[in-house]
Structures are given as C-alpha cells and as structure tokens.
Design a protein. Structure first.
Length: 141
C-alpha cells in the first residue's frame, strides 16, 4: 500500500500495540485470555507494518522468523505442563512460587503464566505466518 499517512502512523501505533499486548499478557495470567489476546495484538503490530509497507519488507526486516516464535511458544507450553507431574501431582496442575523483590511481597509466578507466555509467542508466529501466506500471489489452480 502506498498511503503515507498509514506508513507514518504505523511507526507509532505499532509500539502502542506492543505495550498493550504486554499489559494484557501480564493481566491475563490471573484471568482468562491473556496470552491469546496479547499475542494477537503483538502479531497485529507486526502485520500492521506489512499492511503499511509491504509484506516482503516485513519478511526481510524480521530478525526472528514466525516459525521460531511458534517453536518457542510450543516449547514453553510443553515445559509448563510437566511440573505438576514431577512433584507427584496432576498433569497440567498449576504450581506457584514467589520471586522475592525488595520492598514488596514478591512476584507470584507459576506454570499458568508460563503457559500464557507460550500461547503468546505461538499466536504471534501464527498471525505473522498467516499474513505471509495471504501475501503470496499464487493463483489456485
């Protein structure tokens, strides 16, 4: 697309989308949908550059391939489901521990949040890969 307004706006709106996606990811580990919706927003921030300029430009400027995002996300999901089994509990049971921070009660971290981070990265990869597949100009014969 050759819209100058869209190209200029993409430089600023993309960072807002990334900030909101991280906020939704952090909020969502105690509520449903944080990893999925946050991943959609982060993937949309990448797709927005592809819409403003060209998907080929986005492909060349991306330092990490979408398949790598999906692989990292699936690996984190796989890692997050096993701690319950290792401590003689149920499969996919949430295990929580607290990371101490000075002057606070600490940050409560658990396997559901690790699962959400995995979903976050997987959805980013799928969203960008979907954009790339739409940009192919191959006809269906």
């Amino acid at each position: 697309m050759n819209s100058i307004i869209l190209q200029i706006a993409s430089k600023y709106v993309r960072w807002l989308l990334v900030i909101f996606s991280v906020i939704i990811l952090l909020r969502g580990h105690n509520a449903p949908g944080g990893g999925f919706i946050g991943g959609l927003l982060a993937g949309l921030s990448l797709a927005y550059k592809g819409f403003a300029f060209t998907p080929e430009l986005l492909k060349t400027e991306m330092k990490v391939k979408p398949e790598s995002f999906m692989g990292l996300g699936l690996m984190l999901i796989f890692i997050s489901v096993w701690p319950g089994v290792f401590i003689k509990s149920a499969f996919m049971e949430g295990i929580w521990f607290t990371i101490p921070f000075p002057f606070t009660e600490g940050y409560k971290f658990g396997t559901p949040f690790l699962f959400d981070i995995g979903v976050f990265f997987t959805v980013i990869g799928v969203t960008v890969l979907f954009l790339f597949s739409l940009s192919n100009n191959k006809s269906w014969k």
